[in-house]
Ligand binder design. Sequence first.
Ligand SMILES: [Zn+2]
Ligand SMILES: [Zn+2]
Length: 148
Amino acid sequence: MTGETDNSINEKVNSLLFESGHRYSTVRRRLVSVLRSAGKPLTNSQIVDADDSLVQSSVYRNLNILEEAGAVTRVVTNGEFTRYELAEHITEHHHHIICTSCGDVTDFSLPSTVEKSLHNSLQKAAHKSSFSVQNHRLDALGTCSSCV
Ligand SMILES: [Zn+2]
Ligand SMILES: [Zn+2]
């Protein structure tokens, strides 16, 4: 998702890493840049494919560090591979379209009026269980254009 500038994303990642005792190394910068420009959650091998300088073992290790620092989140679907994306709190709130055939995942955003009424409906429903809603996840499932 593209709500934030590269600078502000880098600043946030930098301070998250610093707080958890890590350096914002070149490899980590490249990982963030790949995830940032993809506009969708990527698997390990998609990340390696996107940048020639990245190697599998170091991608895996550094994604874990970025995840521990709270900069990257895992997107788990019923597909075979775990995907990674920049955490919503450093980019922006969004949803995922998941292809139930090949497992591809794409980002999408809803208009703010829809987000608002979705939140209100969830809040109302949760209220019955004395639950207060802070955030939500909503995936759209279907078939992508290569799988139709
Ligand atoms: Zn597909
Ligand atoms: Zn939403």
